[in-house]
Every structure is written in C-alpha cells, then in structure tokens.
Design a protein around this ligand. Structure first.
Ligand SMILES: [Mn+2]
Length: 372
C-alpha cells in the first residue's frame, strides 16, 4: 500500500507537496474543482461543508475542460516535488451536470467526460474518482465533536429541503436558473442513469488506461434533499461493480462513509471488496454513530479499528493508494495541517506494523459473522 494525501485545488503548490513529502507520502490525489469558489458557507481552511443545505460554491467554466497540456504540467509539478500523481477526485458539475440530471446537454456532457478521460490518459494520470450523486453532501453540521473538543463534522438528522434549480452535487452550475426546485426521481431512475453513464464512459476509460472510481453517498442516507441516493448500504457497491467487469469500473472506497451505513459491518465490507480487487483507492476516516446521526473522529478514536482495516486490505493484496479523507481541525494556527499530519503519522505507523507482521486479534463471533 502507498500513502497519499488528497489536496484541494487551492493546495496545488510546492508548499503542500513539501508537506506531503515530509509526512511520508509518496502519492497525491488532487481536486481540480474549486469547491470554495464564491462559497459563503464554506471555510477554505477545512474540508468543504456548506452547512446543512447551502451550496459549497459556484462550479467552473462549462466550456473549459481540463486539457492534456495542463494535466501534464500538473503531473510534472507533482513529480518535481518527488511525488506521484495518482488521481483526480471529482468531476466539475459544470462539465457533467446533465448526465446526473438527464438534461438536454447530456450528449455534450458525455463528450466532455470522454475528452477528460482521454486527456488524463495522455497525461498518465491513472484514476478518476467520481460521485454519481444529485444532492451530493448535505446535512453536515460542524462543532467540537472530536476528542479534546477538536472541531469536526457530523450529521444530526435527515435533510429534506429540495434542491434549487441550477444546483447539483452541492454546487451551483447555473446562477441564472429560473426559480423553483428540482423534481424528485426514483432510485431505479438514478441507477438507470448510472448504468447508461458507465456503459458510455467505460470503453473510453479503458482505452485511455484510466480507472473510474465511484465514491459511496456521503452521508449515506436513502434520500437526501428529496433525491434518491445510489450507494447508501455496503451491498450497493456490489450492484455498481456488477454493472461491468471492466478494469476501469472501480471503487473510491470511503471507510468513514461505509462505517456510517446502517447495514453490514465495516470489516466484512472491506473483506468483500478488497477480495474482489475492485478498490482503486481508499479514503481513511473514522467516525462514531450511524447516518443520519454520526460525527467524524480522529483516526485512532472512532468505532473502526483502522489497524484491522489495514491488515484486511494487505491480506487481500491491495497495493493501491490510501489517503486521509477528512480529519478533525486541531487547535493551533494550522488546524488542517495538524489534523492531516496526525492522520498520516497514524497510517504510516500502521503500514509499518503490517509490514512487520502485525496481526489483529480475532473478532468476537458476533462481529465476525452477524451484522453489527
Ligand atoms: Mn470520502
């Protein structure tokens, strides 16, 4: 396994690459969407939150796709710092909103997806994380929920306010949209849209040598803002990968989100998907509680035994990149950095322990067989 760090758009510079190197990372995953653009409810020093139902920010320019030239320049910049560029996380809603919404620009947006995949292939960037979600993140609250009063993110009940027109996946793609809200669709319709997307995207992704990696719904509630969710229980990842055996049909495996789900237990879930070799990369985040009532914790302090997770991944031959997902904000003048450094140090020690043969004690039978 390889230790990586996820960097938001405003962090794509030498200072953050040096920070990743110093913490022992070999890889980075980059976000090219500026989630914080014109976003009022969204502090740039933290993960994007947007509050319960506010947009993160305004999506990018619909006519400007990420080009091979700029991706190559980015890869070279990352490599000059001694790191590898493993992947890009998330499409810009401006480039693909009508694939999610089945809108009039859908055909053009599929061309956008194809162009982005080809550009990534040309640039030698092997992974594209995505979240096939209409509502995206919602319902988040922030507070001193983590150990020692560290600020972290949580959820306290479902959120049913409808999504305003012109907004999808927690961002505004059309500031001039007519008033009104998005009509609800069914779960079946959302799966139909995903299947059509994968059928049209996977052949191009495969040819480009790029893996599409699906993130589960965060937070994992059956609906969010009157829209269906796709992957809100662990078994739903199976349905997604069973759509196609393509080596480009992979998972962006988010441990925090999976542990918040009300069915299954996290160790069986990690066993199930790592044994099938369908994990592209892993988000490490610990939590306490189940959606819609949970909060994020320090990596060593939640309900999930992360050393056991590392051991299961290793036992099943997972050799990809692991990154911290989010971390609590530590009380100091660099809260994001401190939270990430703590998480990376923990993961680094965990990887060393696994390399030296650490084996966790067997689980109580209640956990190893039943659902928790
Ligand atoms: Mn995640």
């Amino acid at each position: 396994m390889k230790l990586g760090l996820g960097l938001y758009r405003h962090m794509l510079n030498e200072e953050y690459y040096a920070f990743a190197m110093q913490a022992g990372c070999t890889h980075v995953i980059v976000h090219l969407v500026d989630y914080f653009r014109q976003g009022e409810a969204n502090p740039a020093h933290n993960q994007p939150t947007g509050g319960k139902d506010k947009p993160w920010g305004v999506a990018g320019d619909p006519s400007k796709l990420w080009t091979a030239a700029e991706l190559i320049a980015l890869r070279k910049q990352v490599e000059a710092a001694g790191l590898r560029l493993e992947g890009i996380e998330n499409f810009d809603p401006a480039h693909w909103h009508d694939i999610l919404l089945d809108g009039p620009k859908r055909a053009r947006h599929m061309q956008n997806v194809h162009a982005i995949l080809r550009a990534m292939g040309e640039a030698g960037i092997p992974t594209l994380g995505y979240n096939f979600s209409i509502a995206g993140v919602g319902g988040r609250t922030s507070g001193p929920f983590a150990r020692g009063g560290a600020e972290s993110v949580g959820m306290d009940g479902p959120v049913d306010t409808p999504i305003p027109n012109g907004m999808v996946w927690n961002m505004i793609y059309d500031s001039a949209a007519p008033p009104g809200t998005l009509a609800s669709i069914t779960h079946d319709e959302l799966w139909r849209r995903l299947q059509r997307f994968l059928e049209e995207a996977l052949p191009v992704a495969e040819k480009a040598g790029v893996r599409l990696a699906a993130h589960p719904d965060d937070p994992p509630t059956p609906t969010m803002r009157q829209q269906p969710r796709l992957v809100y229980q662990p078994a739903m990842h199976q349905r997604l990968i069973d759509i196609s055996p393509s080596p480009s049909n992979m998972l962006e495996f988010c441990l925090g989100t999976l542990a918040e789900m009300t069915e299954g237990n996290i160790y069986e879930t990690v066993e199930r998907y790592s044994a099938q070799h369908r994990i592209a990369y892993v988000h490490f985040r610990n939590i306490a509680g189940k959606a819609p009532h949970y909060h994020e914790t320090f990596i060593d302090d939640g309900e999930v035994d992360m050393l056991r997770i590392l051991w299961i991944l290793s036992k099943n031959g997972f050799d990809g990149v692991i990154v911290p997902d989010h971390a609590p904000q530590m009380t100091c003048s660099a809260p994001w950095h401190a939270g990430m450094a703590h998480t990376l140090g923990f993961l680094k020690a965990g990887l060393m322990a696994i390399e030296r043969g650490f084996t966790p004690a067997p689980l109580p039978s209640k956990l190893s067989h039943g659902s928790a």
